[in-house]
Design a protein around this ligand. Structure first.
Ligand code: IPM
Ligand code: MG
Length: 357
């Protein structure tokens, strides 16, 4: 089993280092190969997704990804910006299903900005389609408007589109995930305004016929945003498109009070995947040794479960993380009075130790 390790930028390298230590402390050893990505790829090879990095990701059984991006690259041409690396990996590896769980650990109930009774026990799963929608639709660009009230003026434009098979396959992922959980699926759309999402809704409704044991409901994205902060525990699994999923998954992550705790998986049709923390590169705290490595460590656990077929090892890592939280250790992002403040490496040490115990 070979794992491509892509640390990236900002806090990426320091959090990846801890996840790698956790993997190396398991009985079974995996082949780990590291390559630069994002700003680091640009610095090393003049491109955010260097050929060698893409090739490594393609031939590996799974990809463990840190984070990309730094303000200093904001002035580069779009194709050279760090974010293009993650979009390029999704597209080239055909990673169409993005699983973003939002789980509130009981120990961290106080870390949420919402009232504990609203969020305690929260356990929802957002499934975001990842390779279609307005993110990749062509044409796009800036042009001179040929019609409309601003005819003759410059206009920016993008194209929202979803093909039927694209909607079907992500709907199946949604229904199957719901079958393994609370058997409820909410499909989020904007069918009241957008043709693409009326089509989405119709196709999801059709796929539902194959899953009579799952309760399906449809919700407009604006209402879903409202319900997520009003009564988030009413959701079980949410399935939605690329752009709505981008926005809702950040909101859902924040319900838990710490985006530093949340892993994510991006899977292809054969469950090969890319695993990354839900948070970004946080350049403001990079190199200070204070970043929370737990989202990356939990991403490694997801990788063991979904792509490497090592569910038992995944369980062990998740149990070790719970144990460390119960022992009161906290990185600054989840620190509360009465707990013990630790840095990135100490948190990694604690998980490694809990695994050995
Ligand atoms: C995410 C990020 C990416 C996205 C960016 C960095 C391209 O926000 O993974 O949610 O919009 O998909
Ligand atoms: Mg996002």
């Amino acid at each position: 089993m070979k794992i491509a390790v892509l640390p990236g930028d900002g806090i990426g390298p320091e959090i990846i280092e801890q996840a790698v230590r956790v993997l190396q402390s398991l009985d079974e050893q995996f082949e780990l190969e590291t390559a630069p990505v994002g700003g680091a790829g640009y610095e090393a090879h003049g491109h955010p997704l260097p050929d060698g990095t893409l090739k490594l990701a393609q031939e590996a059984d799974a990809v463990l990804f840190g984070a990309v991006g730094d303000w200093k690259y904001d002035t580069l041409d779009r194709p050279l910006r760090p974010e293009q690396a993650i979009l390029g990996l999704r597209k080239n590896l055909k990673l169409f299903a993005n699983l973003r769980p939002a789980i509130l650990y009981p120990e961290l109930a106080g870390a949420s900005t919402l009232k504990p009774e609203v969020v305690s026990g929260l356990d929802i799963l957002i499934i975001r389609e990842l390779t279609g929608d307005i993110y990749f639709g062509q044409p796009r660009g800036v042009r001179i408007a040929v019609d409309g009230p601003f005819k003759g003026e410059r206009e920016g434009f993008d194209t929202m589109r979803y093909a039927e098979p694209e909607i079907r396959r992500i709907a199946h992922v949604g229904f199957q995930a719901a079958q393994k959980r609370g058997k409820r699926l909410t499909s989020v759309d904007k069918a009241n305004v957008l043709e693409t999402f009326q089509f989405w809704k119709d196709i999801v409704t059709d796929v539902h016929k194959e899953y009579p044991d799952v309760a399906l409901d449809h919700m407009y994205v604006d209402n879903a945003a409202m319900q997520l902060v009003r009564a988030p525990k009413k959701f079980d699994v949410i399935v939605t498109g690329n752009m709505f999923g981008d926005i809702l998954s950040d909101a859902a992550a924040m319900l838990t009070g710490s985006i530093g705790m949340l892993p994510s998986a991006s899977l292809d049709a054969a469950n090969k995947g890319l695993y990354e923390p839900s948070h970004g590169s946080a350049p403001d705290i990079a190199g200070k040794g204070v970043a929370n490595p737990l989202a990356t460590i939990l991403s490694a656990a997801m990788m063991l479960r979904y792509s490497l077929d090592r569910a038992e090892q995944a369980d062990r890592i998740e149990a070790a993380v719970k144990k460390v939280l119960a022992s009161g250790l906290r990185t600054p992002d989840i620190y509360e009075e009465g707990t013990t403040r630790v840095g990135t490496r100490e948190m990694g040490d604690a998980v490694v130790k809990a695994l050995a115990a």
